[in-house]
Design a protein around this ligand. Structure first.
Ligand SMILES: NC(=O)c1ccc[n+]([C@@H]2O[C@H](COP(=O)([O-])OP(=O)(O)OC[C@H]3O[C@@H](n4cnc5c(N)ncnc54)[C@H](O)[C@@H]3O)[C@@H](O)[C@H]2O)c1
Length: 332
C-alpha cells in the first residue's frame, strides 16, 4: 500500500547542497533549543572499537529523531570502521537513513546517510561559529585532512572568509590532497603545518576531526578568544583545556557526556551537566548569549545528532518527490 522511496548516494548528492544543509542545521538547532525537536541519546553498538569482542575495530550508532519544523521523523544507522573497511580503501563512515511519516509510521524513504553525515558535520560547526565567532573573517587550525576535514572547510567557507587554514594530518599525503582539493574553496591561503603546535597556535578557531585517542591539542596552544571544536569519536585535547576553558558548549548534553571529548572526565566525575554553559540550540534559539568576551576560551563539541541527519534527509526526500528522483519499493 505504501511505497518507500530509495535514494542512492549519487542521487542524494544531487538533491542537497551545502547551503541547504547549513540552513537545515540552523533551523534544527533552533528546534532543539525551543523544544520542538526530539532527539534521544544515541545508542551505540561496539564492534571492536574499544571492546575486545567482536574484533572488527568499528562501531554503529542508532540515532532516531523527530523534527518539528518539518514534521518528519526517522533514524540514522551509522558507524565508523578502521579494520577490514580501511584495508579495502573504503571511507571510514558508513550509514543509511530511514524516514517515517510520524502520524502513521509508514516508511517514506531509505537513503544513503554517509554523504548527509559528512555534510551536516561541517554545517554543525559553521552554524555554531555563526553564533560564537565575532566577525566574518577567521583563521582555521584543522586537525585531520580526511573526509570531515574537507566538509568542515566547505561549510565554514560558506559563512566566513577563511583568511588562513593551517592543516595538520599524521599522513602528509592526506594534507597535500586536502590542500589541492580545497584551494578553490578557501578564500585565503592553505598552509600545511609542520607540527600540531603550529596548526593550533596559528589559528583562532581549531577544529579536530581525527580518530586519534591521543590528547594531542595542548591547553597552552588555544589563545584567549579561541574556540576549540574537538569533534572526533575520542578525546583529542588535554584534560587541562576541558577543565580550564571558560565555557563548554555542546549540541546534546547526554550524548556529549558519554562519548567523545568529555567521556573520560565525565566518567571520573570531574565534568558534569553543571559544567556545560549551554547547548548550541539554546544559543541559536536566543536563550543563552553567543560570543563571549575576547579574553575567554571556548570548548564547543558538536558530537553529532540524529536530528541533523533526519532534517537533511527530509529535505532530500521532499526534493526527490518534486523532481521524481529515486526508485521505490513496497516493503509491506
Ligand atoms: N562529531 C560528528 O558529528 C562527527 C561526524 C562524523 C565523523 N566524526 C568523526 O570525525 C573523525 C574523522 O572522520 P573522517 O570521516 O574524516 O575520517 P577520515 O579517515 O576520512 O579522516 C581522518 C583523518 O585524520 C587523520 N589523523 C588520524 N590521527 C591523527 C592525528 N593524531 N593528528 C592529525 N591527523 C590525524 C588521518 O590520517 C585521516 O586523514 C572520526 O573520529 C569520526 O568519528 C564526527
Amino acid at each position: 500500500m505504501f511505497k518507500t522511496r530509495l535514494l542512492s548516494q549519487e542521487e542524494v548528492k544531487k538533491l542537497v547542497s551545502m547551503k541547504d544543509v547549513i540552513d537545515a542545521a540552523e533551523k534544527t538547532f533552533r528546534g532543539m533549543g525551543d523544544g520542538t525537536v526530539v532527539n534521544p541519546t544515541k545508542v551505540g553498538l561496539d564492534l571492536g572499537e574499544t571492546a575486545e569482542f567482536p574484533p572488527y575495530e568499528g562501531f554503529m550508532n542508532a540515532m532516531p529523531a523527530y523534527i518539528g519544523w518539518l514534521d518528519s521523523a526517522g533514524i540514522k544507522w551509522a558507524g565508523g570502521f578502521l579494520g577490514e573497511r580501511k584495508k579495502r580503501g573504503l571511507p571510514y563512515i558508513t550509514s543509511l537513513i530511514l524516514l517515517i511519516d510520524p502520524k502513521i509510521g509508514n516508511f517514506r524513504a531509505v537513503m544513503d546517510g554517509a554523504y548527509i553525515t559528512n555534510m551536516r558535520t561541517g554545517a554543525q560547526t559553521a552554524v555554531a561559529l555563526k553564533y560564537l565567532h565575532p566577525g566574518k573573517n577567521l583563521k582555521l587550525g584543522l586537525f585531520g585532512a580526511g573526509m570531515q576535514g574537507h566538509t568542515q572547510t566547505m561549510a565554514i567557507a560558506e559563512l566566513f572568509h577563511i583568511d588562513e587554514v593551517h592543516v595538520y594530518d599524521i599522513s602528509p599525503e592526506a594534507s597535500r590532497k586536502y590542500a589541492e582539493d580545497m584551494k578553490d574553496t578557501v578564500q585565503g591561503k592553505i598552509v600545511i603545518a609542520k607540527t600540531p603546535e603550529e596548526a593550533a597556535t596559528s589559528a583562532d578557531v581549531v577544529v579536530c576531526v581525527t580518530q586519534s585517542k591521543d590528547k594531542y591539542v595542548k591547553d597552552a596552544w588555544i589563545k584567549p578568544g579561541g574556540i576549540l571544536f574537538p569533534m572526533g569519536s575520542y578525546q583529542e585535547c588535554e584534560d587541562a583545556y576541558i577543565l580550564n576553558a571558560d565555557r563548554i558548549i555542546v549540541d546534546h548534553v547526554g550524548q556529549c557526556l558519554h562519548r567523545g571529548a568529555l567521556k573520560e572526565l565525565s566518567e571520573a566525575g570531574k565534568i558534569t551537566e553543571k559544567n556545560i554553559y549551554a547547548t548550541i540550540g539554546e544559543i541559536v534559539a536566543g536563550k543563552k548569549k553567543g560570543p563571549g568576551p575576547s579574553s575567554e576560551r571556548t570548548l564547543c563539541i558538536p558530537i553529532g545528532t540524529g536530528a541533523m541527519d533526519i532534517a537533511v534527509a527530509s529535505i532530500a526526500l521532499k526534493k526527490a518527490e518534486e523532481k521524481g528522483i529515486g526508485g521505490s519499493y513496497e516493503f509491506a
